[in-house]
Design a protein around this ligand. Structure first.
Ligand SMILES: [Zn+2]
Length: 429
């Protein structure tokens, strides 16, 4: 079976070379009988008319993302609503499954392979800056484009968009170019839960959509706009669609939040511990605007994240302190500065000889503390004991609060108005 397949493959490649060297209008040379799993290679001109991009009929975007790649532009030159998400970096090999027809090609479409049936594509770095997908090798990004109704699976996650295999120096990165709304199908279940009330999911869809578009405005990277983890938003592919998530995303399609006529970073977090804070308390370089200046929250008390106790090994704190420039043993940790809601912005580490004041947010992330809304710290010799409230940075929408409001019958508009006061719900055209 294997040998037979290889024979047909070689014959097919030979046929492609004959076709590519022929005059462009020549009909494709008939090759061996097509089996469903056999890669079919064809010359570029005929393919571009036979295989239109799936997104070419999408509505155009009012404010095109500055970095949208050429391949994602419609014939009118306006960018489509495509989000470029980094799925993985530093890869040397990957396996991508497809449950139907796919096209494999490079951006300049020197060659375009059509694979007609479900199967598996082997992706690998082959040296000299080249990547290989199936039998196509290139030092340019190789694109794996699913046909309509085909989904791609990588690392057990299901993707509906095109996957770009981009060669790096000794490895490759995988980037998905996903339709914005489909991207959101793959964000909501991991940033909230699909089982949460619909109005909370709708508020989350609008916050995530706005955050995505605002991020894209400022992207400098040549190949991707967002990470698929906490550095941007959690994302595990838009191919798996939970009905509740789909309903929330579809019901709010094209809806975003604006302030003063512009998109803004609609930050959100797990639990604010009874009140959110000014964005400046978390990021001193950020500009305070009304929707990010803090809001009251009386709907998150039910959550176990609202009030917590945490013991963190002294060794972990000592490692951070050493990095921060303190060489002696830490004896005490004190809050040096806090907001009116009780969230520490700066903390001071005390050793027997010296002290160091650091950003609480950096400290929190380094040692794995739930939040900076700390009201008790004690040294237990071997570990430090913390007591506090909330989960996350405490800026923008409190997700537990959104859930609490939805459970009380509040609408997504009311939820967003509470956590982003002064913002305006805007429908993009
Ligand atoms: Zn809250």
């Amino acid at each position: 079976m294997q040998k037979k397949f290889c024979f047909w493959l070689l014959l097919s490649i030979f046929a492609w070379i004959s076709t590519a060297c022929a005059v462009p209008s020549a009909k494709k040379t008939p090759t061996a009988p097509q089996t469903s799993a056999q890669p079919e290679t064809v010359s570029a001109p005929s393919v571009s008319s036979q295989a239109p991009l799936e997104n070419s009929t999408e509505p155009t975007w009012q404010e095109p993302p500055a970095q949208a790649p050429e391949a994602d532009r419609s014939s009118s030159g306006k960018a489509l609503k495509i989000v470029r998400v980094l799925l993985a970096d530093n890869q040397s090999a990957a396996t991508i499954k497809h449950n139907g027809r796919v096209y494999v090609y490079t951006q300049d479409i020197e060659k375009k392979y059509k694979i007609s049936a479900a199967g598996t594509l082997a992706v690998r770095f082959v040296g000299n800056g080249q990547v290989q997908v199936g039998s196509l090798k290139s030092n340019q990004p190789i694109i794996i484009e699913p046909a309509k109704d085909t989904l791609l699976t990588w690392n057990d996650n299901i993707y509906a968009g095109k996957i770009f295999v981009v060669p790096a120096q000794y490895t490759f990165i995988l980037v998905e170019h996903a339709d914005l709304e489909t991207y959101l199908y793959g964000v909501l279940p991991y940033e909230m839960s699909y089982s949460w009330p619909l109005e909370a999911l709708k508020a989350q869809a609008i916050a995530a959509r706005t955050y995505t578009l605002k991020t894209i405005e400022n992207v400098k990277n040549k190949y991707f706009d967002l990470y698929s983890d906490v550095r941007s938003q959690m994302y595990k592919g838009g191919g798996k669609q939970y009905p509740s998530v789909k309903e929330a995303v579809d019901a709010t399609k094209n809806k975003v939040l604006t302030y003063d006529g512009k998109l803004f970073y609609t930050y959100y977090h797990g639990n604010c511990g009874g009140g959110t804070d000014d964005v400046k308390s978390w990021n001193p370089h950020a500009k305070t605007i009304k929707p990010l200046a803090g809001a009251s929250c009386s709907h998150d008390h039910y959550s176990k994240s609202y009030s917590w106790k945490q013991d963190i090994p002294s060794s972990k704190i000592q490692a951070y302190a050493s990095q921060a420039g303190l060489s002696n043993k830490i004896k005490n940790i004190r809050i040096a500065q806090k907001t009116s809601t009780g969230r520490a912005t700066k903390i001071t580490l005390h050793s027997a000889k010296d002290t160091k004041t650091v950003s609480c947010n950096k400290f929190r992330l380094a040692i794995g503390l739930k939040s900076c809304k700390i009201h008790k710290i004690s040294n237990l010799k071997g570990s430090f004991h913390f007591e506090g409230r909330g989960y996350g940075h405490g800026i923008g929408m409190c997700q537990d609060g959104a859930r609490g409001m939805a459970n009380l019958g509040k609408t997504y508009e009311q939820i967003l108005k509470n956590y982003y006061p002064g913002s305006k719900l805007t429908v993009l055209k």
